[in-house]
Design a protein around this ligand. Structure first.
Ligand SMILES: Nc1ncnc2c1ncn2[C@@H]1O[C@H](COP(=O)(O)OP(=O)(O)OP(=O)(O)O)[C@@H](O)[C@H]1O
Ligand SMILES: [Mg+2]
Length: 192
């Protein structure tokens, strides 16, 4: 694949999408390669929602308007840069590749448990969704080119480097086999 790419960086809440993108924005090695679109921020700033889901304490994204707006923003990405669309619904948007960040449900419960605004139920709902591969399955249904990274025992720099390596491989026409879906299995961590 040549030319500029659109990368959807998705994953269950707490898998580290925003942390990865903040690192990219702050480091010159990556800053000039990738333009970041933060979907959560975009949806709130531009009110791209149809309403609120009070049970989940979240906004319901207006997917049609979100698609239009991200397409406009992608067009503004400077020549020579790739666009990373970051958010747990980014895999629903058109992209050349989807990268799914994964984290063991036990680790995820710890990470999300630290969020003050997250109820016990919300932590459990997300760690169960991770255990059942929900976002990975949705991604594979949406796109032929999907890769996943198990971040559980990785530090931030390694995760960023892996994201960059996957993209670099694809640009050279190589498939980064190590990160093809199906190698991660949390089923023994599902809480019944
Ligand atoms: N590789 C990692 N190892 C350990 N902890 C991490 C790692 N990456 C991120 N974290 C921590 O996990 C928490 C969640 O990270 P972050 O906010 O980036 O997740 P997110 O995927 O953007 O979630 P959301 O979809 O809710 O926005 C943060 O406290 C962050 O510091
Ligand atoms: Mg985030």
């Amino acid at each position: 694949m040549t030319g500029s790419m659109i990368i959807a960086l998705t994953g269950t809440p707490g898998t580290g999408k925003t942390t990865v993108c903040e690192f990219i924005k702050e480091h010159s090695k990556y800053r000039d390669k990738y333009r970041i679109i933060d979907l959560h921020k975009l949806i709130l700033d531009e009110k791209l929602y149809t309403g609120r889901d009070e049970d989940r304490d979240t906004y319901i994204a207006d997917m049609e308007r979100l698609k239009e707006r991200t397409a406009e923003l992608v067009k503004q990405t400077p020549v020579g840069m790739d666009t990373i669309i970051e958010g747990h619904i980014s895999h629903y948007l058109p992209a050349d590749v989807i990268i799914v960040l994964r984290a063991a449900p036990v680790a995820l419960r710890k990470r999300l448990g630290k969020r003050r605004e997250y109820s016990f139920e919300k932590v459990k709902e997300n760690s169960d969704a991770e255990a059942l591969d929900v976002i990975l399955v949705e991604s594979v249904e949406a796109n032929d080119r999907v890769f996943e990274i198990n971040t559980t025992d990785m530090n931030l720099i390694s995760v960023v480097k892996t994201v960059d390596d996957i993209i670099e491989s694809l640009k050279k026409g190589k498939i980064p086999e190590e990160y093809l879906p199906g190698k991660i299995n949390w089923i023994d961590q599902v809480e019944l």
